[in-house]
Design a protein around this ligand. Structure first.
Ligand code: PRP
Length: 205
C-alpha cells in the first residue's frame, strides 16, 4: 500500500513542493483539483491546514506537513520528527495602531483562528479573555468592533499593515513540521525513515 501524505492546500503548499522536488520525490501537479492524488507510489491528500493533524492522528494519512501554529492549536497525538524549515512565521497579538493597552482588570476580546492558543496566552498572563472564533480574515475584526485585538500569524506583516494593526506581543514562532502517525511510524519504519532522511537532506541541501 502507498504511503499516504496529508498536505495543506494553503500557504505551506509551495514550500512543500520545493522541498519534495529537491528531495527527488513525487508531488501532485499544482493545477489539479483532485483532493486524493496518487503520484508514483505515493498518495497525497490535499486538505485544510487545520485538518492535517486530524488525518494523521487518525491514521488516514501516515504523515503530513503542518505548521507549528496549527500543532499548538490542535495538540495532536503524533510524532513530529522534522522541522522542515520553511513556512516561518510568528503567532502574535495585534491591535489597532495607537490603541491603548487593555488594563489588567478588563476582559480582552480577541478574534482568532487559534482559540486554544489565544485563551492560554492571556490566561497565563492572568488576563481574562473572551475568544471570538473566526475562520479567516481576522484582521477585519478590531476595526469593525468585533474584538479588541487578534491572535494570528504574521509572515511579511503586510496584512496587519494594510488593515491598520500593529504587533503588541509575540505568542510563538512557527515553521512547517513533518508529522507522523504513531502506528505508521513503527509499522512502516523503513519507508518512514527513508522519507525523513530524504526530506532532512533536501532541507539542508
Ligand atoms: C494568513 C494570516 C494573515 C496573513 C499574514 O492568512 O491569517 O491573514 O496570512 O501574512 P502576511 O503577514 O504575510 O500579510 P491566510 O492567507 O492563510 O488566509 P486566511 O486569513 O483566510 O486564514
Amino acid at each position: 500500500m502507498s504511503l499516504t501524505i496529508a498536505l495543506s492546500k494553503g500557504k505551506l503548499l509551495a514550500g512543500a513542493e520545493d522541498l519534495f522536488r529537491k528531495a527527488g520525490m513525487p508531488f501532485p501537479a499544482s493545477e489539479g483539483r483532485r483532493l486524493v492524488v496518487p503520484v508514483d507510489g505515493l498518495r497525497f491528500l490535499l486538505v485544510k491546514d487545520m485538518d492535517v493533524p486530524t488525518y494523521v492522528e487518525h491514521g488516514v494519512a501516515d504523515c503530513g506537513i503542518a505548521g507549528r501554529d496549527v500543532l499548538l492549536e490542535m495538540e495532536p497525538d503524533v510524532y513530529e520528527p522534522v522541522d522542515l524549515g520553511f513556512g516561518r512565521c510568528r503567532l502574535v497579538v495585534a491591535r489597532p495602531r495607537g490603541a491603548s493597552a487593555a488594563t489588567g482588570a478588563s476582559t480582552v476580546r480577541v478574534a482568532t483562528k487559534y482559540p486554544r492558543v489565544a485563551s492560554a496566552h492571556f490566561l497565563e498572563r492572568g488576563r481574562s479573555v473572551e475568544v471570538v472564533r473566526l475562520a479567516g480574515s481576522v484582521e477585519l475584526a478590531p476595526g469593525l468592533g468585533l474584538a479588541d485585538c487578534i491572535v494570528d500569524v504574521v509572515e511579511t506583516g503586510r496584512t496587519l499593515e494594510e488593515n491598520g494593526l500593529e504587533v503588541v506581543e509575540d505568542v510563538a514562532v512557527s515553521s512547517a513540521r513533518l508529522i507522523v502517525n504513531r502506528a505508521s511510524y513503527h509499522a512502516r519504519r523503513e519507508e518512514m525513515s527513508g522519507l525523513v532522511r530524504a526530506l532532512e537532506k533536501a532541507r539542508t541541501a
